[in-house]
Design a protein around this ligand. Structure first.
Ligand code: C2E
Ligand code: CA
Ligand code: CA
Ligand code: CA
Length: 278
């Protein structure tokens, strides 16, 4: 029995070591990708409630691993977070997105761009400097940039972040709370947070209409947000029934596969041209 126990322990050690090594390898590969500009950004459109007018797009980072192919950001963002790589990665996405939105703007498309900020970046001393440099170097009007922060982290440390968030907002940049409803959340915190937009997490949108609890939650989030003069974006909208339901509740904007998947710039432009034509 003793020997067997030892075998099991050895087996676990091997598995854990292998996983650890794989993660380490991934981190190394990711570091190279960041250094060599092997990451790229795709854009998912965001529409007004009618689904007729594109209002902007969310920048989402992509990584094509030389051996394993496309790696999901759900997989590599946490790795980048755990190391300090996220700061460099985040800066890259921020500049890329601003450059892109500035080009759209120059072409006559009034499209805003949303960029995800990871918690780690909020601790970065140079964040404000990075943002203002991204704006000035690309010539993007600040009101066309939106930064998405996840509620969990910020809300747990709300007082610590208030000065920073206020500073960003005073630059004219829009702030959004991402994944709203997940994790440590209370509608009361929305009152304290200097934000403009609430993005309802996809997990709440998934089963509406139909799931009464989720229906009530979505209704409550929208009406509470509106009473705080915040705009509401629903993410993960995949069906016309969901769109109709959200429209009836007065949701402001929609994002999801129903309107467009994260895609290349060319694809997004075609989508924008389509609606100008109609
Ligand atoms: P997120 O910020 O909540 O982004 C939305 C995710 O939902 C995207 O996944 C998008 O492809 C997916 N999505 C959008 N509409 C639908 C839909 O209708 N149905 C379904 N099933 N999914 C939909 P993606 O691109 O894989 O990104 C996953 C997460 O990785 C993001 O979640 C975000 O937290 C993180 N991420 C992506 N890019 C960046 C980045 O540049 N910086 C940081 N810090 N995080 C990023
Ligand atoms: Ca987001
Ligand atoms: Ca989200
Ligand atoms: Ca989400």
């Amino acid at each position: 029995a003793k020997a067997q126990g030892r075998d099991i322990i050895q087996f676990f050690d091997q598995v854990i070591n292998a996983r650890h090594q794989q993660r380490h390898q991934y981190e190394e590969d990711l570091r190279k990708a960041v250094d060599n500009n092997a990451l790229f950004v795709v854009y998912q459109p965001r529409f007004d409630i009618s689904g007729q007018h594109m209002r902007g797009a969310e920048a989402l980072v992509r990584w094509s691993h030389p051996v394993h192919g496309a790696v999901s950001p759900a997989e590599f963002i946490p790795i980048a977070e755990a190391s300090n790589l996220i700061v460099q990665l985040g800066r890259f996405v921020l500049f890329e997105a601003c450059k892109q939105a500035s080009a759209w703007n120059a072409d006559g498309y009034q499209l805003g761009v949303s960029v995800n900020l990871s918690p780690r970046q909020l601790h970065e001393r140079d964040l404000v400097k990075d943002i203002s440099r991204a704006l000035s170097e690309t010539g993007l009007p600040p009101h066309l940039l939106e930064l998405e922060i996840t509620e969990t982290h910020v809300m747990e440390n709300i007082d610590q972040f208030l000065p920073l968030l206020n500073e960003i907002r005073q630059m004219g940049v829009t702030l959004a709370v991402d994944d709203f409803g997940t994790g440590y959340s209370s509608l009361m915190y929305l009152k304290k947070l200097p934000v403009d937009i609430v993005k309802i997490d996809r997990s709440f949108i998934m089963d509406v209409p139909g799931d009464t609890d989720d229906e009530n939650l979505v209704r409550a989030i929208i009406s509470m947000s509106h009473s705080l003069r915040l705009r509401v974006v629903a993410e993960g909208v995949e069906t016309e029934e969901q769109q109709q339901f959200l429209c009836n509740l007065g949701c402001d904007q929609l994002q999801g596969f129903l309107f467009g998947r994260p895609d290349s710039v060319t694809q997004l432009k075609e989508l924008a041209d389509q609606q100008i034509a109609t």
